[in-house]
Design a protein around this ligand. Structure first.
Ligand code: ADP
Length: 260
C-alpha cells in the first residue's frame, strides 16, 4: 500500500506532455508572467514546437489578459477541460475559471487541488513543452508545486536590482532542494533605451543578474530591456513576439528559448 507520505509527493505526470518547465521568480512584479508568455509564444511560432501554457500563478493570474483568452474552457466528453488556444499556444489559467476581480484567498490544499485539475484534468493533447507560470515566492505552495509537477527544469526571472536578485537566489535554492535543474537566469528590465536619444539607462542597476548567475554557476540566458511595446503587448493581449516578430526584443526572447 502507498504510504501517506509518498502520495503527498506523488508527481503529476501529464500524458502526452514531453517536458514541463517552470518560469519562476523570487519576487513579484519582475516580469515573470511576461517572460513566460513571450517565451511560450516564441517557442511555438518561431521554433515550431507544440506548446502549452499553464498559469499556476493562482494568486494573481494574468495570462488571460496577456494572451487575450476569452470565456471559460469547454469540458470534453471525458470531463476534462479543453485549453483555450491563442497565438498558437494552448492555455489554462485559474483566471479563466474564477470571476474577474474576485479576490483569490486560497489555502495550501486548495491550491494543490486546483493545480491537479489544471494539469491532469486538461486535454493537453501532444505537447513538446508545457510552460508553467509559477506563483512568485518560495513558500509552501511553490515548494509543493515544484515537487508535484514533474519539472524538467526551471527558468528564473529577475531584474538587475539587488532586492530582486536576493529573492531570485532563494528561488534557485528552493528548486535545488527539490532536485529541479535550473535552466538559467533571465534578466528582465535590464535597461531602458531612451526613444529620443537612444542611450541606455540602467534603471535597476547594471550587470547584476549576470554576476549572480556567475556566482551561482548558472547559465545567463538573456537580457530583456524595459520597452514600452512589451508592456503594451501584455496589456492588449498581443505579445510583442506576435506584433513585432522581427524586433530586437523578440529576438532576445527567441534566444532564451534556444538557450534553455
Ligand atoms: P510578474 O509575473 O513577475 O509579477 P509581470 O510579468 O506581470 O510580472 O510584469 C509586471 C509589469 O511589468 C507588467 O505591467 C508588465 O507589462 C511589465 N513588464 C514586464 N516586463 C517588462 C519589460 N521588459 N518592459 C516593459 N514592461 C514590462
Amino acid at each position: 500500500a502507498e504510504s501517506k507520505n509518498s502520495s503527498i509527493v506523488r508527481s503529476l505526470k501529464i500524458e502526452g506532455v514531453k517536458d514541463i518547465i517552470a518560469v519562476a521568480s523570487g519576487k513579484g512584479g519582475v516580469g515573470k508572467s511576461t517572460t513566460a508568455v513571450n517565451l511560450a509564444v516564441s517557442l511555438a511560432n518561431m521554433c515550431g514546437l507544440r506548446v502549452g501554457l499553464l498559469d499556476a500563478d493562482v494568486y494573481g493570474p494574468s495570462i488571460p489578459t496577456m494572451m487575450k483568452l476569452h470565456g471559460k474552457p469547454e469540458v470534453s466528453e471525458v470531463n476534462k477541460m479543453i485549453p483555450i488556444e491563442n497565438h498558437g499556444v494552448k492555455c489554462i489559467s485559474m483566471g479563466s475559471l474564477v470571476e474577474k476581480n474576485a479576490p483569490i484567498v486560497w489555502r495550501g490544499p486548495m491550491v494543490m487541488k486546483a493545480l491537479e485539475q489544471m494539469t491532469r484534468g486538461v486535454e493537453w493533447g501532444q505537447l513538446d513543452i508545457l510552460v508553467v507560470d509559477m506563483p512568485p515566492g518560495t513558500g509552501d505552495a511553490q515548494i509543493s508545486m515544484s515537487q508535484r509537477l514533474q519539472l524538467s527544469g526551471a527558468l528564473i526571472v529577475s531584474t538587475p536590482q539587488d532586492v530582486a536578485l536576493m529573492d531570485a537566489r532563494r528561488g534557485v535554492k528552493m528548486f535545488s532542494k527539490v532536485s529541479v535543474p535550473i535552466l538559467g537566469l533571465v534578466e528582465n528590465m535590464s535597461y531602458f533605451k531612451c526613444p529620443h536619444c537612444s542611450k541606455p539607462s540602467y534603471i535597476f542597476g547594471k550587470g547584476g543578474a549576470r554576476k549572480t548567475a556567475d556566482e551561482m554557476g548558472l547559465g545567463f540566458v538573456g537580457e530583456i530591456p524595459l520597452v514600452e511595446e512589451i508592456r503594451s503587448g501584455s496589456d492588449e493581449g498581443v505579445p510583442v513576439v506576435v506584433s513585432q516578430p522581427n524586433s530586437a526584443v523578440s529576438k532576445a526572447y527567441c534566444d532564451v528559448g534556444h538557450k534553455i
